[in-house]
Ligand binder design. Sequence first.
Ligand SMILES: Cc1cc2nc3c(=O)[nH]c(=O)nc-3n(C[C@H](O)[C@H](O)[C@H](O)COP(=O)(O)OP(=O)(O)OC[C@H]3O[C@@H](n4cnc5c(N)ncnc54)[C@H](O)[C@@H]3O)c2cc1C
Length: 395
Amino acid sequence: MTSSSLPTHARVVIVGGGMAGLSCAAALAKRGVSDVVLLEARTLAHAGASSYGETRMFREMYSDPVLCRLAQEANRLWREEESQAGEQLRETHGLLFYGESWDEETIEGSIPGARRVMDDQGIPYEALNAEQIADRFPLKPKADFTGLFEPTAGAVRSDKVVAHWIRSARNAGHQLIEHTSVQQLDADGGGVTLENGHHIAADQLVVACGIWSQLLLAPLGLAPKLEVWPMLWAHYTVDPALADRYPQWFCFQQERGDDGGLYYGFPVLSTTSDGRPRIKCGIDWAPKDLRVAEPNAMVSEPPARLVELLDTFLFNELEGVQERVETVISPYSMTSDVNFVLDRITPQLSLFCGGSGQSFKFAPLIGDSLARLACGEQPGVNLSCWSHKRPAVRA
Ligand SMILES: Cc1cc2nc3c(=O)[nH]c(=O)nc-3n(C[C@H](O)[C@H](O)[C@H](O)COP(=O)(O)OP(=O)(O)OC[C@H]3O[C@@H](n4cnc5c(N)ncnc54)[C@H](O)[C@@H]3O)c2cc1C
């Protein structure tokens, strides 16, 4: 887009076209707010950012009672979103937490912690031992492993959801402008300057730049403390005879040397271009030496030592895994307490960042809350756990 065809003013300017920016644009459309401009440096939900890919897990199985309640609220909003979209945006096939049960929280919680919270909040689950897990799924749990199966969890079809948000925003007349990088925010949050020097004034600004948020906020002295973790995931083809038996799973094991111990995987939800069933799996830790503060310094190629650990786990701990066919690195934006930042940080500027490996399931709540903030309201539920003022995110 040339400078002359770019707007000079909008009621709401959103910076960033990933999960947070797009869900906010769609939520503003739902509220009947027009005159919205979304600026994306590359393309919407592109492969170098955090929202890329076909699936994300959703669950209420949290060790943190507050996140468990917020996940319940998000699920209520997902149901509304699906009815508005007229299509199913999630697949409900359950989620198995299994592995070692030690009483310490990981970045995804723990088996004993999740069990306590589900008991307290009356969330249905099945408790399984290693033998029951091995009978039911093509997994090879160690004899001391235990499991929890949450039948109402599943996968958000993130690719479908992104398409739905883009449609909703465009139908409302919002401008979603790609290949347009914001270079600088006005000090008061009242506008943005693009790389080509063009200025867009905004009544309200929403910054949703994922791992790049610090770069825009640092000059204003408002940058939250974030780390960028390069996260490895891959698709593996599987034996067609077992294709309908893979669960959605998360395996908890304590760290051993190089091996961070946390692995996850999805059921077969897609095939390769030549029709072979495939599962998506990943590791859920990043070695300390690969974590960076400067977003553009993150490794972009899959590190061989991590690929080897993922292959070793998949080929040894699951049955029927055949070949790794696609290998990707995507960034986590991490706060030190592994919780997000969603807040109004000046009267005209609201922020979402720090989505870690967890925020997609909260997308309708995140979009709705950012839209409310941009309309001068408060979020519909108490989000003080995501405050930018908490010590964990103060730089
Ligand atoms: C591998 C992986 C697995 C995950 N699994 C799950 C899961 O199972 N369940 C779950 O709930 N969550 C999961 N998550 C978390 C969730 O996907 C992310 O937290 C979420 O997608 C982050 O979205 P975002 O919009 O904040 O960031 P991003 O998607 O990174 O979007 C930020 C956008 O801002 C743009 N941008 C940056 N700077 C500028 C600028 N100056 N001007 C214009 N545009 C700019 C970027 O190009 C980018 O497109 C996972 C994340 C990853 C990486």
